[in-house]
Design a protein around this ligand. Structure first.
Ligand SMILES: Nc1ncnc2c1ncn2[C@@H]1O[C@H](COP(=O)(O)OP(=O)(O)OP(=O)(O)O)[C@@H](O)[C@H]1O
Ligand SMILES: [Mg+2]
Length: 266
C-alpha cells in the first residue's frame, strides 16, 4: 500500500489542460522522482496533491489518497495537518522576515505544542546549521542555496510524513545542488517520504528509488530509477548523454561535409 496513491489525475487552468490521466505511487519511506521539462506539469502535479491548485486558478479530477485518506475534499491546511508539506518552486521564503520567523511560520501549519516545535527546530538546525547562525537576519539576505535550505527547513517545522519538493536544485551551483541532494537523502533516511520533481535528472535519478517521466501532462515512462537512468531515451533527453552508436548512424545517413571530415579523420 503506497503512502501516496494518485489515480487518473487530470488538471486544467481554465481551458489549459495541464495533466492527463496521471497514475503515480509514492511507496512508504521512499524518494520518488518526477522528471520533465518546462511546462510538463510538474508543479501542477504537486499543487494537485497539496490542494493549492485552486489558488492558481486550476481544477483537478481523479483521486489522490494519502495512507488511504482521500485528499480531494480537504483544504490545504488540512493537507498539512495530515502530514503533507510542499516546498514551492523558487523557494518563496518571506524575504523581509527573519530566518527564525520563517521557520516559526512553518510550524503554524501543524500546531503540536511548544516541545514538539522546539524539537523540530533543533532538527532543522542540525540539518542546516547556517539557519541557526543567521537566525536573526532577513531571509532575503540569504544566498539562493541558503534560501532553499530555509524553504526546506520551514517545511520540516510541520514534521511532514511526505515532503513535496519542487525543483530544489533550480538555479544552484553544482556543489550547492549536491549539498541539497545530500540533505534530501538524510531527511528521507529519518523516515520522511519524498515526492521530488526535478529538471535535473542526474540528481533526481541518483536520489530516487522510482521515477516517472512527465511530458506535456502525461506520464510517458516510469520504473526503477536505475533502469530509467540506463534507458537510451532518458539518457538522450534528460541526461544529455550522446548515444555514440545512434550519432554514428545519423552521421552515416547525412552526407554533409562536416560528417565527411569526421569520417576522414577517423
Ligand atoms: N496559474 C496558471 N494559469 C494558467 N496556466 C498555467 C498556470 N500554471 C501553469 N500553467 C500551465 O500549465 C502547464 C504546466 O505548468 P507547470 O507549471 O505545472 O509545469 P512545470 O513542469 O512545473 O514547468 P517548469 O519546469 O517550467 O516549472 C503549462 O502549460 C503552464 O503554462
Ligand atoms: Mg514548475
Amino acid at each position: 500500500m503506497p503512502t501516496l496513491e494518485i489515480r487518473a489525475l487530470s488538471a486544467a487552468y481554465g481551458p489549459v489542460r495541464s495533466l492527463r490521466g496521471i497514475d503515480l505511487d509514492v511507496p512508504p519511506g521512499t524518494i520518488t522522482a518526477v522528471l520533465g521539462g518546462n511546462g510538463a506539469g510538474k508543479t501542477t502535479l504537486l499543487r494537485a496533491v497539496s490542494r493549492t491548485l485552486g489558488f492558481h486558478g486550476g481544477t483537478a479530477t481523479g483521486t489522490v489518497r494519502f495512507d488511504r485518506l482521500p485528499l480531494e475534499r480537504l483544504r490545504p491546511d488540512r493537507i498539512v495537518a495530515a502530514g503533507i508539506v510542499q516546498v514551492p518552486e523558487g523557494r518563496q521564503v518571506f524575504a523581509r522576515m527573519t530566518v527564525a520567523d520563517n521557520l516559526r511560520a512553518g510550524a503554524l501549519g501543524a500546531p503540536r505544542g511548544r516541545r514538539a516545535a522546539a524539537q523540530a527546530l533543533g532538527r532543522v538546525h542540525e540539518l542546516f546549521p547556517v539557519l541557526a547562525r543567521r537566525a536573526h537576519q532577513s531571509a532575503g539576505l540569504l544566498s539562493g542555496g541558503e534560501q532553499q535550505m530555509l524553504a526546506m527547513g520551514r517545511a520540516l517545522m510541520a514534521d511532514p510524513r511526505l515532503l513535496l519538493l519542487d525543483e530544489p536544485s533550480l538555479g544552484l551551483a553544482p556543489l550547492m545542488a549536491q549539498r541539497i541532494a545530500d540533505t534530501v537523502r538524510e531527511i528521507n533516511a529519518s523516515g520522511t517520504s519524498v515526492l521530488l520533481v526535478e529538471q535535473n535528472a542526474s540528481i533526481a535519478l541518483r536520489l530516487a528509488a522510482t521515477a516517472y517521466v512527465l511530458e506535456v501532462g502525461e506520464v510517458t515512462l516510469h520504473g526503477p530509477a536505475d533502469e530509467l537512468a540506463a534507458s537510451d531515451e532518458v539518457r538522450r533527453r534528460y541526461l544529455g548523454v550522446v548515444d555514440e552508436a545512434a550519432a554514428a548512424d545519423a552521421d552515416r545517413a547525412a552526407d554533409t561535409p562536416v560528417r565527411t571530415l569526421g569520417r576522414w579523420s577517423a
